[in-house]
Each structure stands twice: as C-alpha cells, then as structure tokens.
Ligand binder design. Structure first.
Ligand code: SIN
Length: 275
C-alpha cells in the first residue's frame, strides 16, 4: 500500500503527540513507519485513536521496532504469548504500573518501547501519565549534572509488586538478577541524555552506596523527574493505542476507577545495553 499522510498533533508542552491518518490493522509501508518512528523519537510517546486491531496485528506493529520481550512473570494470551493482558476488574484494589516507573529496568537490556492497546476502559478515570526524562536531565544545574555523571543505579524485580488480582502472573519463576544502569542514560538513537530511574520498588539504590545513603539523592531525583510541567496525561478510549520510548519516558497508570473494569493489551520491544 502507499504511504499515509500522517497528522501529528502534540498534546502537551513536554511530550506526547496524537497521530491520525493511519489504520494500524493494515501492514505499514516503510515510509509511513519511518514517519511514525521519527514521531516517537521527537515526542517520547505517541497515541493513535479508533484502531480496531487483533493481538496478531498489534504484534506485527510492535515487531517493526525490534524483537519482542517476554515478561518473566506475566503470562501472555493463549495463541499470542508476546501480548499480555493488563486487567483490573470492578472489585480489584490494585493496578499494574500505579507508580512512576520505566519498564523492565530490572533487566540488563531494558525494553526499548512499550505498546499498550485499550480493549475496555472505564467511563471516567484510568488515564495514564507520562514524564519526559530528557527535560528532567536538561533542567538540572550544571553542578548537579556533574555530580550525577558516572553514578549507577541497582534495579531489582519487585516480587511484591501490587497488581490487580485478575492478572495472569507466574511468580514461581525465579526473579532475574539485579541490573545496574547509569543514572544519566544516553539515548542510543537521539544521543540525548535522560534521567533514568523508576520508583523505589525497582530502583533500589546507587551502586557502591547503602540504601540510606542513596535514598535522599534518589528521592529528590524522582520528585524532580515528575514535575507537572514535564508530563502529559492521556485519556483512553476503546481502540486507543499508545507507544512510548522507555529510554526517555516514565509513566504511571492512575488507579481512580474503582467499580469499573479496564482491560489493556501490552507488548514490549527488546532494548539494548544502557550507557
Ligand atoms: C504499564 O505500566 O505498562 C501500565 C500502564 C497503564 O495501564 O496505563
């Protein structure tokens, strides 16, 4: 098929853009995919609305970014194990991803991109927040940038993570070993520096320091990284699809829709060693 004329509209000053003019159920030609990929690099997170896609079609789109990552503890769908369901039922208390985080930082090569597709959404609530980690770095003082350069974080899989009871998890698998990453990460495609961090359940401490020594430094970084002016907020509708770049974006699922069911399909794309 021929290339599409894409409409790319930013949704906030810091990051995030909605893309119109494309039907993700169709295979994408290379020119269109390159435009979408460019939009992801420029905006950190991109959104599509009114998509009607099957798990196989979502997987085919995700594969344009690279090989697919299989979560060590969350079971995928029957027939499409690369796609897993994030489900929170009417009476579930917890949700997956309810803290600011960067996906799969507990692995040596954390996932590059995450793709989330809305199957069922509450009438209100259940939005997702995103934060621009380049801005979190750019707005530090020169003194702070110099102090943080060279620091590394220790990241663990959180076996006690709070998730909705309805999620298909397999915690019998052994947790992956701790992974170290630079606190200031250089994006391997854009060359820009970003503050690379997750909540305290994943990013445990700074390498070579105790928990107590690390806590004030990491706590301040977390607070700074999610200042409102570094964020955008996405209101999901059935058929919305988001793709975000975990190398430069944190996110948080807002748990404010008790009494309603929310069902999402998630796929993640393998990343590379961090530097
Ligand atoms: C996640 O952290 O991947 C879940 C985000 C969401 O459900 O909005």
């Amino acid at each position: 098929m021929g290339s599409n004329a894409l409409e790319i509209k930013p949704i906030a000053g810091a990051l995030g853009a909605e893309i119109g003019g494309v039907d993700l159920a169709d295979p994408l030609d290379d020119v269109t995919f390159q435009q979408i990929h460019r939009a992801l690099l420029d905006n950190g997170v991109i959104f599509f609305r009114d998509q009607r896609i099957t798990p196989d079609q979502q997987l085919a789109f995700a594969k344009r970014w690279g090989d697919i990552h299989l979560h060590p503890h969350i079971q995928g769908l029957d027939g499409t194990p690369e796609v897993f369901e994030i489900v929170k039922k009417e009476d579930d208390v917890h949700t997956l991803g309810g803290e600011w985080h960067t996906d799969q930082m507990f692995t040596a090569t954390p996932v590059r991109a995450t793709m989330l597709y809305a199957k069922q959404v509450p009438p209100q609530g259940g939005d997702t927040l995103f934060a621009n980690a380049y801005l979190a770095y750019d707005t530090l003082s020169d003194g702070m940038k110099a102090m943080l350069a060279g620091l590394r974080t220790v990241n663990s899989y959180n076996m006690k993570k709070k998730r909705a009871a309805a999620m298909q998890v397999n915690d019998a698998n052994e947790a992956p070993p701790d992974a170290e990453h630079p606190l200031i990460r250089t994006h391997n495609e854009t060359g820009r520096k970003a503050l690379y961090i997750s909540y305290e359940g994943i990013t445990k401490r700074l390498a070579g320091m105790t928990d107590a020594e690390s806590a004030p430094l990491l706590g301040y970084r977390r607070q700074h990284a999610t200042r409102p002016e570094f964020t955008c907020r996405f209101r999901w509708e059935e058929g919305s699809l988001a793709v975000w770049d975990n190398r430069c974006v944190q996110h948080l699922a807002i748990n404010d829709y008790h009494g309603y069911r929310r069902v999402m399909h998630r796929v993640t794309v393998n990343g590379e060693p961090t530097s």
